[in-house]
Design a binder for this molecule. Structure first.
Ligand code: CO
Ligand code: CO
Length: 308
């Protein structure tokens, strides 16, 4: 994103420079408009489920900013002739149902012909200045809470290879389909200092963006990390997606790992997520009120992510 010019405009509250989840602008009436967009290739075989997951994933960035989704538009790349029309109908039905579950409206979309199926949505939502969450407000002393388990990238890879146990597949689908409204609602009345959702850069990548934007050091407690069933076993069996190693390289020296960390466990921790959970930074006494594990804490110091 560095190649994009930054636009100084006083109406722009969250733009490109903090690598946050969505853009946020102030409307003339004082409300804040949140805008985001995401699309990708299928993570599961069933078209209805893929549509629902793509929608939950796209809606997530609005929840990660503390907002309420309002409208959504489909983005579709469709391999004409390769897939039946009924699959397209199911895909759109899955997305539509999820958008409705979020209380938002599907208002349109656009499709193009492409060799490979890709689907996602552009979502707009609203919040107010006193309720806006960004990734830039974490403070020393904050606890970190993660609202969904890790491992959806590994499990999706295993599903594509036909190597995923059925119970683990069901858990992964449930996890990816769940709206991050759950996390947003649970924390809405707490003193959240920073928030982001975990997607393609994995837990450590998004934690690094939060650390960098907030100017803090983030320590993650490996033993406290929630993992999807079979995620570690499948990582040991070589199901880590290529994106995991890319994530590790991208982090470089900003990710500090213990000397004898099992490579498969690192694969789960850096695993690129689809529709992952919210990572929330808030005072420990507020974090303790949430039904999810505290997975780390925030210290003063040079921005970095420390695993221990
Ligand atoms: Co995001
Ligand atoms: Co506070």
């Amino acid at each position: 994103m560095d190649a994009l010019p930054s636009q100084p405009d006083t109406r722009l509250l969250v733009g490109l420079h903090t690598a946050d989840d969505a853009g946020v602008v102030r409307l003339p009436d004082g409300r804040l408009l949140i805008q985001t967009l995401d699309f990708f290739t299928p993570v599961v075989d069933d078209p209805y489920t893929f549509g629902a997951i793509a929608a939950a994933n796209a809606l997530s960035d609005v929840y990660a900013m503390g907002g309420e989704p309002f409208t959504a538009m489909n983005i579709l790349c469709w391999p004409e002739g390769d897939l039946p029309e009924s699959a397209l109908a199911e895909l759109l039905r899955g997305a539509g149902d999820k958008v409705r579950e979020a209380g938002a409206m599907l208002v349109g979309g656009h499709s193009v012909k492409d060799k490979e199926l890709k689907f996602g949505l552009s979502v707009s939502g609203f919040t107010t200045a006193d309720r806006l969450w960004t990734n830039a407000g974490a403070r020393p002393g904050d606890a970190l809470v993660l609202t969904k388990p890790l491992g959806t990238g590994i499990l999706s890879t295993a599903i594509k290879r036909g190597a995923c146990p059925e119970a683990a597949e069901e858990a992964a689908i449930l996890c990816m389909s769940e709206l991050n409204r759950v996390g947003r609602d649970a924390a809405a009345h707490l003193d959240v200092h920073a928030a982001t959702d975990i997607t393609g850069f994995g837990l450590t990548g998004h934690a690094w963006e939060l650390a960098r934007a907030s100017g803090v050091r983030v320590t993650l407690d490996i033993a406290a990390l929630p993992l999807l069933p079979s995620a570690l076993d499948l990582a040991r069996a070589g199901c880590a997606p290529g994106g995991a190693r890319k994530n590790r390289r991208w982090l470089g020296e900003h990710l500090i790992t213990p000397e004898h960390l099992e490579p498969a466990l690192l694969d789960v921790i850096i695993d690129p997520q689809t529709s992952g959970g919210l990572l929330l930074a808030l005072p420990p006494q507020d974090a303790a009120k949430l039904p999810w594990p505290i997975i780390g804490h925030v210290d003063a110091g040079d921005p970095a992510v420390v695993l221990r």
